[in-house]
Design a protein around this ligand. Structure first.
Ligand SMILES: NC(=O)c1ccc[n+]([C@@H]2O[C@H](COP(=O)([O-])OP(=O)(O)OC[C@H]3O[C@@H](n4cnc5c(N)ncnc54)[C@H](O)[C@@H]3O)[C@@H](O)[C@H]2O)c1
Length: 259
């Protein structure tokens, strides 16, 4: 059975990584997927491979969302996935003492402003039917402090909280428009490439990144897509305002626990 049969699904940042996997899985489940991304070339290629529609969309830009609203005025599923770490062009100081205001704002503009605009678009596209599912991709970093990536952690914590405001607002209006956040940790995607590098120590770096993860491995994009489909589907009809960790057990315990 196709779990998203006939549902119009918008996915941001769908050109690669987690967004691409979510778009592919949603299409496989019968969704009419509109894959969006700031990267037009990669986005078009991904959409062609999946067999879905592509629209260019920079999540930071209100005008882009207005254009999408004109093109796709109704949607049943919106996945706010586009995000950046701020380390895309190599290491930069993002700790609370040395991060520049410019770098801080650049991360929040994509991750937080983009999610705010995506949720606002989604409400407009769903309220006539009074039903729908918004899935916001936050992070494990939105649940704990990350000293070296303070801007990223702050933006993802805000995404988690805004998810709950959206969920409660929609419920207050009497709409069955659900909004939930997903919190992945260490999912092997191109986002990690700048941090892993290509040198001889790549394997050692990978092992170090997951050394504290109980399952001792990176997660896969398919594992995130499976949860996104579940939250998007009618099977999750009573699930709203909640958060779903996909972290190999990382947040289940504490390094400081006795024994
Ligand atoms: N990979 C992980 O380990 C991990 C862990 C936790 C959370 N996440 C989150 O999952 C989401 C996807 O991450 P990923 O690892 O697939 O990243 P990625 O870097 O592989 O892909 C991100 C995509 O977003 C697009 N994008 C960037 N800026 C954009 C903008 N302004 N407007 C529209 N599109 C834009 C990029 O072009 C790219 O296609 C992000 O929100 C990320 O923070 C990832």
């Amino acid at each position: 059975m196709e779990r998203l049969a006939g549902k119009i699904c918008i996915v941001t940042g769908g050109a690669r990584g987690i967004g691409r996997a979510i778009a592919g899985r949603m299409a496989a489940e019968g969704g009419k997927v509109v894959l969006t991304d700031i990267d037009r070339e990669a986005g078009q290629a991904a959409a062609a491979a999946i067999g879905c529609t592509f629209e260019s969309l920079d999540v930071r830009e209100e005008a882009d969302w207005a254009r999408l609203a004109a093109l796709v005025p109704r949607a049943e599923v919106v996945v706010n996935n586009a995000g950046i770490t701020g380390f895309e062009n190599g290491p930069v100081a993002h700790d609370p003492e040395h991060a520049t205001l410019e770098d801080w704002r650049a991360v929040h503009r994509v991750n937080l402003d983009g999610t705010f605009l995506g949720c606002r678009y989604a409400i407009g596209a769903m309220k006539a039917a009074g039903t729908g599912s918004i899935v916001n991709i936050s992070s494990r970093s939105g649940l704990v402090g990350i000293p070296a990536a303070a801007a990223y952690a702050s933006s993802k914590a805000a995404v988690r909280n805004h998810t709950k405001s959206v969920a409660l607002y929609c419920a207050q209006q009497g709409w069955a428009i659900r909004c939930n956040s997903i919190h992945p940790a260490a999912i092997l995607t191109p986002m990690w490439e700048a941090m892993l590098g290509t040198g001889e120590d790549r394997e050692a770096r990978m092992a170090a990144f997951v050394a504290d993860t109980p399952l001792r491995r990176f997660g896969t994009v398919e594992e995130v897509a499976a949860v996104a489909v579940m939250l998007a589907s009618d099977e999750a009809g009573y699930v709203t305002g909640t958060e779903f960790n996909i972290d190999g057990g990382l947040l289940a315990g504490s390094a400081a626990s006795p024994g």
